[in-house]
Design a protein around this ligand. Structure first.
Ligand SMILES: CC(C)(COP(=O)(O)OP(=O)(O)OC[C@H]1O[C@@H](n2cnc3c(N)ncnc32)[C@H](O)[C@@H]1OP(=O)(O)O)[C@@H](O)C(=O)NCCC(=O)NCCS
Length: 208
């Protein structure tokens, strides 16, 4: 399992003790507006944590909780997984934040770290992200990550805007970044210094 550290966040693989922080975020209808459209039930949060733990064990990647270094609180969550949760599909990244942490650049900061992990540790050939077309806050994060719009496709029983970036394009824009290889054990990657936003890179519905 891999812990990622950025300038302001620590991304930690989902664990049982994250329940309170994750549920507090996911019960907010505004956070869930473009994901499921309804506040999450506590049982679902608990089931999700178990499912995600199993994926970390099997795949070596899945969902992280975002801990704010300053407060030590869970302020968000994000993933590297597969579209439709099917390993035959491309790797997908996604994110969500507590409402009181929107507008601080946290999603973009975490997204950079997760994408670096996807390309450099997982060796994903491409990385995509999907959102409801009206979710412009999320598609803005995708664009800032250097992803390009690919059109509308049906995922998670919804029409989704699909954005993506290939490994080749990512490497051209991030030639010197490094991230340790995960071999089943917990690995820590400090990306706080290497994650400055590349000016060339300016131009989920991720669900666990
Ligand atoms: C999608 C979501 C994570 C985006 O969060 P966000 O806070 O808007 O995204 P960012 O991290 O990119 O921060 C954006 C803004 O923070 C501001 N900001 C403040 N301090 C900053 C800093 N130090 N660095 C960068 N940006 C900063 C910027 O103005 C930036 O906006 P800009 O890029 O237009 O200039 C959030 O809206 C959310 O949780 N929505 C609900 C869940 C959801 O829909 N998830 C996606 C499912 S597909």
């Amino acid at each position: 399992m891999t812990i990622l550290t950025t300038e302001r966040l620590r991304l930690v693989p989902f664990a049982d003790e994250h329940f309170e922080g994750l549920y507090e975020m996911n019960r907010d209808p505004e956070v869930m507006r473009y994901i499921t459209g309804k506040p999450e039930a506590p049982e679902y949060t608990k089931e999700t944590i178990q499912r995600v733990k199993a994926r970390w064990a099997e795949w070596g990647y899945s969902w992280w909780s975002f801990f704010e270094l300053e407060s030590g609180r869970i302020v968000g969550a994000g993933c590297v997984q597969h579209l439709g949760r099917d390993r035959a599909n491309p790797h997908e990244t996604g994110w969500r934040l507590r409402r009181d942490r929107w507008g601080k650049g946290y999603a973009s900061e975490a997204a950079q770290a997760m994408a670096a992990f996807a390309f450099e540790t997982v060796q994903a050939p491409q990385l995509v992200a999907v959102c409801q077309p009206a979710n412009t806050a999320s598609s803005h994060v995708m664009e800032k990550l250097g992803m390009e719009y690919r059109g509308v496709e049906r995922w998670y029983d919804m029409d989704c805007a699909v954005y993506g970036v290939t490994a080749e394009t990512w490497r051209q824009r991030h030639p010197r970044r490094s991230c340790p290889t995960s071999a089943g054990q917990t690995v820590e990657a400090d990306l706080s210094e290497s994650l400055s936003v590349d000016p060339l890179a300016r131009p989920s519905l991720g669900r666990p």
